[in-house]
Design a protein around this ligand. Structure first.
Ligand code: ADP
Ligand code: MG
Length: 589
């Protein structure tokens, strides 16, 4: 049994899916009937028996008051807070949205366990990007009720982008995720920053989905009846089922026959619906989604030209009309490489695989793609493990305090090839405390080690107290996208000269500061025993170059050398004086 197994779950408003990484590949798991998608429907039988999924959805026609669907619209909201009034009463059924969701999750857990032949207790679960803390917490609670601990709650658009492999696109790339499901529409604009997707903006409508198109089609079908009928809830479910099936068929066929034998016991219904007719009914709803897209772009302060990719998610995006409208609105061909109704689940599985380590083989390199180091005084990059070191590996260095009275040292762990710390990427930081003392008295050993799993441990030891501070950095030290590595290396080559000059300047500047401080301290003590004029001239030459901020390292180094020269006698004198004093003290003079 594999205790590290983590499920990826898309807990959808209409449909839910579960999967796992198997042999390095994300796969979705099918139930006993071979179905990978489970309707998010729970039926509470009057005898207390609970059914979930397809079996529960069948009850919608027979026992609609006890059949709970779209509970995701209610989760984490106070009664009355949702903009949706369900046709069932959860209190009468003795349940809550979290408990209903827990039933769906229990079912998915069971599907997974049957398929895998082992117990599982961990999961990554997706939620809409706009879910607030209460909605996320309620989803997590539902998982716990189902016996699942949640390793991560993942935003649906991020999951979809992962499934489409868009994490490989590289830094600053922007993606629009158009998600048109059963009951909700969401548009999210994402941007890749430092290897993770940031949501730049989201827009949408929690009351807009494929269900609306079904309802419009039902109205149309009913208008084609050649008999008059009273409203009947149970019959409505049958009409809706037929309409939804017809709608789906019209995504791949130009026309479809809708046949409902003895729909009300005595009449049979038969009509042919053309795709063009359905599209006319669907158009107003699709138009509304496009308005939201424009809003989201506006909020993100972007134009369609700024997007690198548009991806389609949700079953309703299988409609040719939707694809057409998205293509026109974004002026680009949407990426259709994934199943739109499975993309979110697949992304959840990929995230679960990354967290459990099951996807490691695919992403782990056996060398460090970029150098690793820490920032040192003056903002410079100090490399500890150079680029292309084979892992596992270990290396370390000793550091000291730059100023007197310092009580701690901030260790910024950096990755990259640039000379200045600010141009590299920060992987983490940790504060290392040590006893305060004069400049240069602290001794902090910093050791980097990368294990076979690509996990970087940074150990900082204060040699005076023997106290250790440890920082662990997950795969990021080793697992870097190829295009970002290339970008970093190109930048380091491009800026090589400037970077080098900047490093030499910074080093020379630190030397100047050291010399000037020593001179300022010593001069008042030596009086007229030495030629202070030459020393003063040399130090003001150094100060001038520093203040001019010309970053002229050569000039500064030359001035430093002069200052160093003329202060030689000063140092000798100071040492002589100090020795004389010590001798005097010893002799008791
Ligand atoms: P959710 O995210 O709300 O759980 P899904 O992504 O599973 O929803 O989408 C469900 C919706 O997609 C339903 O309205 C369903 O009718 C619609 N749908 C599924 N397949 C098709 C298809 N081939 N053509 C048109 N609509 C479809
Ligand atoms: Mg969905």
């Amino acid at each position: 049994m594999d205790n590290n197994l983590i499920l990826g779950i898309d807990l959808g408003t209409t449909n839910s899916l579960v999967g796992v990484v198997d042999a390095g590949f994300p796969i979705l798991l099918a139930d006993k009937n071979g179905e990978r998608s489970t309707p998010s429907v729970v039926h509470y039988g009057s005898g207390g028996h609970i059914t979930v999924g397809t079996a529960a959805r069948r009850q919608q026609v027979l026992d609609s008051a006890r059949t709970v669907f779209s509970v995701k619209r209610l989760i984490g909201r106070r009664p009355g807070e949702s903009d949706w009034e369900p046709p069932y009463d959860l209190r009468v059924l003795g349940t809550t949205p979290s408990k209903v969701s827990a039933e769906i999750l229990k079912h998915l857990k069971q599907v997974a366990e049957d398929s895998l032949g082992q117990n599982v207790s961990r999961a990554v679960i997706t939620v809409p990007a706009f879910f607030n803390d209460a909605q996320r917490a309620a989803t997590k609670h539902a998982a716990e009720l189902a016996g699942l601990s949640v390793d991560r709650i993942l935003a649906e658009p991020t999951a979809a982008a992962l499934a489409y492999g868009l994490d490989q696109l590289g830094e600053r790339k922007r993606v629009a995720v158009y998600d048109f499901g059963g009951g909700t529409f969401d548009i999210s604009i994402l941007e890749m920053r430092d290897g993770v997707f940031q949501v730049l903006s989201t827009a949408g409508d929690t009351q807009l989905g494929g269900d609306d198109i079904d309802a419009a089609l039902v109205r149309y079908l009913k208008s084609k009846r050649d008999w008059t009928a009273a409203e009947d809830v149970a019959q409505d479910a049958a009409w809706t089922e037929a309409a939804e099936r017809a709608k789906r068929q019209l995504s791949t066929h130009d026309s479809v026959e809708v046949i409902l034998p003895f729909i009300d016991g005595s009449h049979s219904f038969h009509v042919v619906v053309e795709r063009a007719e359905l599209e006319q009914m669907a158009r107003p709803f699709v138009d509304r989604t496009i308005k939201h897209c424009q809003r989201a772009l506006h909020d993100a302060k972007l134009n369609v030209e700024d997007l690198d990719e548009v991806i389609l998610v949700g079953g309703s995006t299988r409609m040719p009309l939707v694809r057409q409208r998205v293509r026109d609105a974004f002026k680009t061909e949407p990426n259709l490489s994934q199943n739109p109704d499975e993309a979110v689940a697949k992304g959840a599985v990929i995230q679960a695989g990354i967290l459990s380590g099951a996807l490691r083989q695919m992403i782990l390199l056996d060398v460090t793609p970029l150098s690793l180091g820490i920032e040192t005084f003056g903002g410079l990059m100090n490399i500890i493990i150079p680029r292309n070191s084979t892992i596992p590996c270990k290396a370390g260095e000793m550091f000291t305090n730059a100023v007197a009275g310092q009580e701690s040292m901030l260790i910024r762990v950096l990755q990259g090839e640039r000379e200045l710390a600010k141009d590299n990427w920060e992987l983490g930081r940790v504060e290392v405390p040590f006893p305060s003392g004069a400049k240069g008295t602290a001794r902090v050993g910093v050791q980097f080690s990368i294990d076979a799993d690509g996990i970087l441990s940074v150990l900082a030891r204060d040699t005076a107290t023997g106290k250790d501070t440890v920082l662990e950095i997950q795969n990021t030290a080793v697992d870097v996208d190829d295009s970002r590595v290339e970008e970093m290396i190109n930048a380091s080559v491009e800026h090589a000269l400037d970077d080098m000059n900047e490093r030499i300047w910074t080093e020379a500047k630190m030397k100047s500061e050291e010399l000037l401080a020593a001179v300022d301290e010593a001069l008042p003590l030596v009086g007229d025993a030495v030629d202070t004029g030459a020393i003063r001239r040399a130090s003001s030459a150094v100060r001038e170059i520093l203040e001019a901020e010309l970053h002229d390292a050569t000039a500064l180094k030359r001035a430093n050398a002069t200052l160093d020269d003329v202060t030689q006698s000063l140092a000798v004198l100071l040492v002589e004086r100090a020795m004389e004093e010590a001798l005097d003290r010893k002799l008791g003079l």
